[in-house]
Design a protein around this ligand. Structure first.
Ligand code: 6PG
Length: 241
């Protein structure tokens, strides 16, 4: 489980953008195309802005990248809370990504349609052990240890049968999310965490195996942690590179 720590959010975003570009291009070189699932939240936003500004020599061949979403709120795509809107404003729009490359969670539809539609989209990806295999999934983490829309105690977290599902999350409304088996069948996960309000959860996640945070259920062998100094502040020195 590699952990990388950076002095501040801009340094984190820059390094993470280079890593994303490198991994997408490696997938394109190996298989002709790459699949990337996007996250919501403020830390991913900083990464998207950086990705959209990569110099051409460092950017992957964006025409060969298919974009998916890790989670979404039950709102239309132009809603201020929509992860799609944030991704569009900061990454997909600035890069002029063709709509044919974007697999949006159509969260404005009735729940059963949203689920059926996205499961079908995911079923068109290469599969491994019966699960869709994305090249790279970007994730953020909340101060309660949630990732994507897998919150502590939520039915979404326990789901082991389907690739994608929605559920009411107390206090947060209806959320849709990729399920843990999909996250853990990705070739690579990148977990981006910044800010001192996340420091306690980061320390718990990485140092207290019994804490039972959602983020601790991510497969360690494919998860790279990108932390800024503030988010890593409660980690013991031996946990750090
Ligand atoms: C979302 C997410 C969620 C997010 C974390 C961290 O849609 O909100 O996918 O998992 O990444 O809550 O968000 P912040 O970076 O804003 O704290």
């Amino acid at each position: 489980m590699p952990i990388r720590r950076f002095a501040d959010p801009p340094a984190l975003f820059q390094a993470a953008a280079r890593r994303v570009a490198e991994q997408l291009q490696a997938a394109i070189d190996a298989r002709g195309q790459a699949s990337l699932a996007l996250a919501g939240g403020s830390t991913p936003r900083g990464l998207y802005q950086q990705l959209a500004q990569l110099p051409a020599a460092q950017a992957p061949d964006w025409h060969r990248v298919a974009f998916y979403f890790g989670d979404e709120r039950a709102v239309p795509p132009d809603h201020p809370d929509a992860n799609y809107r944030m991704a569009h404003e900061n990454l997909l729009g600035p890069l002029k990504i063709s709509p044919t490359q974007i697999h949006r969670i159509e969260a404005e539809r009735p729940q059963h349609e949203v689920e059926a539609h996205y499961r079908q989209r995911l079923a068109q990806l290469p599969q491994q052990d019966g699960w869709p295999c994305l090249d790279l999934i970007l994730l953020g983490m909340g101060d309660d240890g949630h990732t994507a829309s897998l919150f502590p105690g939520s039915a979404l977290l326990a789901e082991q049968q389907v690739s994608f599902i929605g559920a009411e999350v107390p206090g947060r409304g209806l959320r849709y999310s990729l399920t843990l088996p999909v996250l853990n069948h990705a070739r690579q996960l990148m977990l981006l965490v910044s800010g001192k309000e996340k420091a306690a959860a980061v320390a718990q996640a990485l140092q207290e195996p019994a804490a039972q945070l959602p983020v601790q259920q991510l497969a360690g062998q494919v998860t790279e942690w990108y932390l800024d100094h503030a988010a890593a502040a409660h980690l013991k020195p031996e946990a750090l590179p």
